[in-house]
Design a protein around this ligand. Structure first.
Ligand SMILES: Cc1cc2nc3c(=O)[nH]c(=O)nc-3n(C[C@H](O)[C@H](O)[C@H](O)COP(=O)(O)O)c2cc1C
Length: 382
């Protein structure tokens, strides 16, 4: 389990971009090769630096891997980012808060990649105003690339290895004070990064995470939004390389013989539904630490900033050899979740207009290396 997939990016007015990196890990015989092609092409053979930058940006994390980005090239050195309207998640993300965070991840990854090519990305968020209460056709950001004597952002090197690690973590391995300090140091004026590593603090968060998972699973509209996006087995992944990936040899076999299918997952009395819950319970229980991001308000610019910070956090955990997994259920804005949304803000002491934008499980996953990928004295911030 674990390797997510990317489609190509369709450029408004014509043209396609594909992305890549780390192709070597995708050699299993059941690997859905077509869906993984974007990784193998990232950063290769583009004469226009914008296209090369975008080929890295489309590897950014985003909700349910819906890849809601749409790009128009402007003039010689600019592009405009829009939200693809049919990639939204209206039940779990009714105000497009999480979609906007994903677009913020995209913009930051573009900015990081630009530094690697010797360009400074000048990003103007929502140049035509902030859409509210949902995103519309207006631009999410205008970006201009300018050649500059700029230092390469070292987080660039973590892009091909970054993942959202949706696995139980090793409870015998804790997060060191040094590692935690590295993550908290990613706080900016716009976004504060907080963490919990002591059992007394972690245990109630684990409990909120699990209870909010149950609420999402027991609420038909939000649960079905996920089930409809599950891609079960190799053929579905090949046909639709977005959504929630249930791949690998076991899923292939179970889906081929009809043991796991969408109808059974949708049936809350089925054993497939129960197995899904058991799998997630193990994931939630095996969480040694958490991190979360808080913004002073909940404007669109706050949400983009949270996305920017999240991708930097995830690239940094990648460099440190740690695993990170967003668990967003308790932060979502639908009536059945309202109590848990309040509870998590109270539990973490977040008050007034402040908003927790992201909550993530932190630990060592099955693929975590025994020691950091990078020496700890590598400077991690640009
Ligand atoms: C705003 C946001 C919210 C997310 N929430 C969840 C979540 O609740 N549960 C989860 O398993 N993954 C969550 N993810 C992770 C995405 O599923 C993941 O980024 C996407 O599938 C692409 O996979 P990758 O990050 O491994 O490249 C979230 C990502 C973003 C940007």
């Amino acid at each position: 389990m674990g390797h997510t997939r990317r489609q190509v990016l369709r450029i408004l007015g014509g043209g396609l971009i594909v992305a890549a990196g780390g192709a070597g890990v995708f050699l299993g015989t059941r690997t859905p090769h077509r869906a993984l092609e974007p990784w193998q092409d990232a950063g290769q053979g583009y004469s226009d630096p914008r296209l090369e930058v975008l080929s890295w940006a489309i590897l950014a994390p985003n909700p349910h891997n819906r890849q809601p980005w749409l790009v128009r090239l402007d003039g010689e050195n600019g592009f405009t980012l829009f939200a693809e309207q049919d990639r939204k998640l209206p039940h779990t993300d009714p105000f497009d808060r999480q979609i906007t965070i994903g677009l913020g991840c995209f913009l930051e990854q573009a900015r990081i990649a630009a530094t690697a090519l010797g360009y400074e990305a000048e990003i103007t968020p929502f140049p035509d105003g902030e859409p509210d209460p949902i995103l519309d056709d207006r631009a999410v950001a205008r970006v201009v690339l300018r050649e500059a004597a700029i230092e390469r952002d070292p987080l660039f090197y973590a892009i091909p290895d970054r993942r959202s690690c949706k696995e139980p973590y090793d409870m015998a391995r804790s997060i060191s004070a040094d590692q935690l300090e590295r993550l908290l140091a990613l706080s900016t004026e716009a976004v504060s990064v907080s963490g919990a590593v002591n059992e007394a603090e972690v245990s109630p968060l684990r409990d909120i995470g699990w209870r909010s998972h149950l609420v999402e699973s027991e609420t038909p509209l939000t649960y079905m939004e996920s089930v409809d996006l599950m891609r079960i087995g190799k053929s579905e992944i090949e046909a639709n390389p977005d959504g929630i990936h249930l791949g690998g040899p076991l899923m292939d076999s179970l889906s081929l013989v009809g043991i796991i299918n969408r109808e059974q997952l949708a049936d809350m009395t089925s054993s497939a539904y129960q197995q899904g819950l058991d799998m997630y319970r193990a994931i939630h229980e095996n969480t040694p630490a958490f991190v979360w991001l808080t913004t002073p308000g909940n404007s669109r610019v706050d949400q983009l900033a949270a996305g920017s910070n999240w991708v930097r956090l995830n690239l940094t955990t990648t460099m440190l050899g740690l695993a990170l997994h967003p668990i967003s259920q308790s932060l979502q804005e639908y009536p059945e979740m309202a109590d848990l949304l309040t509870e998590i803000h109270e539990r973490l002491g977040v008050q007034g207009e402040e908003r927790i934008q992201m909550l993530g499980r932190l630990g060592h996953g099955p693929d975590s290396p025994p020691s950091p990928r990078w020496p700890l004295d590598t400077r991690l911030t640009a």
